[in-house]
Design a protein around this ligand. Structure first.
Ligand SMILES: [Ca+2]
Ligand SMILES: [Ca+2]
Length: 231
């Protein structure tokens, strides 16, 4: 499948959480780029980026510019974290941030609605204290280190419970991580799509397991899907 590739136009300047102007880092300095679809409710795509010590939200892409570039955090927190997803996990219709600590935990930061009630207030993802729960909650206690899980791919719900899931590339193969709202995520012992594994609706839900990459070193880039890899 051929993918038409167009450059994303980034602003030179953004604002931090206090409204001060800050330089947007060069794309070559980006560690992760997470396309979240539209989470702000304006029908325009939004991007979340980490770059060194910085965590950015670029929102409202028109095809020519972003309506907002916000430096959400700059300090010691993000160099030891990876973005996993920005999507609604708690079921209130407002996107939440799922990230992993390279120490091996996965953490959930619950988003707040904006003042219009139409979508996410990205500033609520800036810090744990700014979030809906006033804290980050543990989504998985262990097993998410870059050694245990070299890659993960956030996907929509495939288990029909309305909660986004992930494909986890573990040391032993690719496994389905079943989202469980605020209560955590279970990386299933099966189905494994590692060497010798298979899909075919494994796990009993008859959902499209074929979405998983049989060989994570090849897919999903061939289908233009986003790919999230640890730094
Ligand atoms: Ca948007
Ligand atoms: Ca939510």
């Amino acid at each position: 499948m051929a993918c038409a590739r167009l450059p994303i136009l980034l602003p030179a300047k953004g604002t931090d959480t206090s409204g001060s102007s800050v330089d947007v880092p060069a794309p070559s300095a980006f560690d992760q780029i997470l396309s979240a679809g539209d989470v702000t409710g304006d029908d325009r795509p939004d991007l979340f980026v980490t770059a060194g010590t910085q965590f950015w939200a670029f929102t409202g892409y028109t095809g020519a510019s972003f309506s907002s570039a916000r430096l959400l955090n700059d300090g010691t927190a993000w160099p030891s974290r990876d973005l996993v997803s920005v999507s609604d996990i708690t079921g209130d219709g407002i996107a939440d941030l799922l990230y992993r600590s390279t120490s091996g935990r996965a953490l959930l930061r619950q988003g707040k609605a904006d003042s219009a009630g139409k979508g996410l207030d990205v500033l609520s993802l800036a810090t744990a204290a700014a979030s809906s729960a006033d804290k980050d909650t543990e989504y998985a206690a262990s097993g998410w280190s870059p050694t245990d899980m070299p890659r993960m791919l956030a996907i929509p719900d495939v288990t029909a419970d309305g909660i986004p899931d992930i494909w986890a590339h573990m040391k032993t193969g690719v496994r389905l991580g079943r989202g469980a709202g605020g209560g955590g995520l279970t990386v299933s012992p099966s189905p494994s799509l590692g060497p010798g594994g298979g899909g075919g609706g494994g796990g009993g839900d008859q959902k499209p397991d074929s979405r998983a990459p049989a060989d994570p070193s090849v897919s999903p880039s061939t289908s233009c899907a986003p790919r999230f890899a640890p730094r």
